[in-house]
Design a protein around this ligand. Structure first.
Ligand code: CAA
Length: 270
């Protein structure tokens, strides 16, 4: 159990660890005995952590990681198995607890070692990019449980790896797990990192982002994400408007002056 103080309130976490390293918030999923199975409690804690960290001006980037053995082995099967249709429909299961991380306006890096299965793979895909350890394993084994992926797997996975591989993974489940090399080759992960360097590398990558102008970083993230939601023409128009608006910031003046004066920029997030 760990607690953090936020606006004078003590927030207690039982399923995650939250720490600040420089300007990076490191969130570690911490249910080792259940291979970080994503229970509603864990997902509520993760959402609450994002609620706290997103508006914190000292945090420029978030990193979500798990253990060396498992990023997360999926939604918690033991908690789900007796749920009825009405239970999941009326409580808006998944939507209610899971989507906060995908709505975070600051960058979120997933640092994945070991199993990222089912909801674990889906959670990683909700982040902005995935750094994978050599032992990372991605899959959508829901079909073996008599369900289909329910946290975006059938939608985000094809956008990352294309229809053929995504379809094979969704249809074959446990029989079609993707290793780190294939995940990098197919565009699911941005880079493979040695296991013992994974978290440090993710944090130092996050710090490089945190050293930049926060509003400009947020615009870049919003603009890339737009590519998945609209036509090319509309996306280009959206990018152009944000690009134009970047010229209204002090950080644009500072960034370009620093380049001309051959010095490091001092961004003010303004
Ligand atoms: N939910 C609940 N408990 C889980 C779990 C899960 N998703 N995954 C693992 N665990 C538990 C196991 O039950 C076991 O607990 P006990 O010690 O109490 O028996 C413990 O974690 C360790 O797991 P294993 O003994 O199975 O470890 P292993 O190394 O032999 O196998 C594994 C690892 C291949 C990942 C295997 O645990 C496994 O197949 N897990 C389930 C993966 C899965 O099907 N995920 C999809 C879930 S559904 C989903 O995510 C829906 C969605 O889209 C949102």
């Amino acid at each position: 159990m760990m607690s953090i103080k936020w606006k004078g309130i003590v927030v207690i976490y039982e399923n995650i660890l939250v720490e600040k390293r420089g300007n990076v918030a490191l969130i570690t999923l911490n249910r080792p005995k259940a291979l970080n199975a994503l229970s509603p409690d864990l997902m509520r804690e993760l959402s609450s952590a994002v609620d706290i960290l997103e508006p914190d001006s000292t945090v420029g980037c978030l990193v979500v990681t798990g253990s060396e053995k498992a990023f997360a082995a999926g939604a918690d099967i033991k908690e789900m198995k007796t749920k009825s249709y009405m239970d999941v429909y009326m409580s808006d299961f998944i939507t209610a607890e899971w989507e906060r991380i995908a709505r975070c306006r600051k960058p979120v890096i997933a640092a994945v070692a070991g199993y990222a299965l089912g909801g674990g793979c889906e959670l990683a895909m909700m982040c902005d990019f995935i750094l994978a350890a050599e032992n990372a394993k991605f899959g959508q084994p829901e079909i073996n449980l008599g369900i289909i992926p329910g946290a975006g797997g059938t939608q985000r996975l094809p956008r990352f790896v294309g229809k053929s591989k995504a379809m094979e993974m969704a249809l074959l489940g446990q029989a079609r797990i993707m290793d780190a090399n294939e995940a990098e080759r197919s565009g699911l992960v941005s880079r493979i990192v040695p296991l013992n360097e994974l978290v440090d590398e993710a944090v130092s990558t996050g710090q490089k982002i945190a050293d930049l102008s926060q509003p400009i970083v947020m615009m870049a993230k919003e603009s890339v994400n737009r590519a998945y939601e609209t036509t090319l023409n509309e996306g280009i128009r959206f990018e152009r408007r944000l690009f134009h608006s970047a010229f209204s910031t002090e950080d644009q003046k500072e960034g370009m002056s620093a380049f001309s004066e051959k010095r490091k920029p001092k961004f003010k997030n303004k």
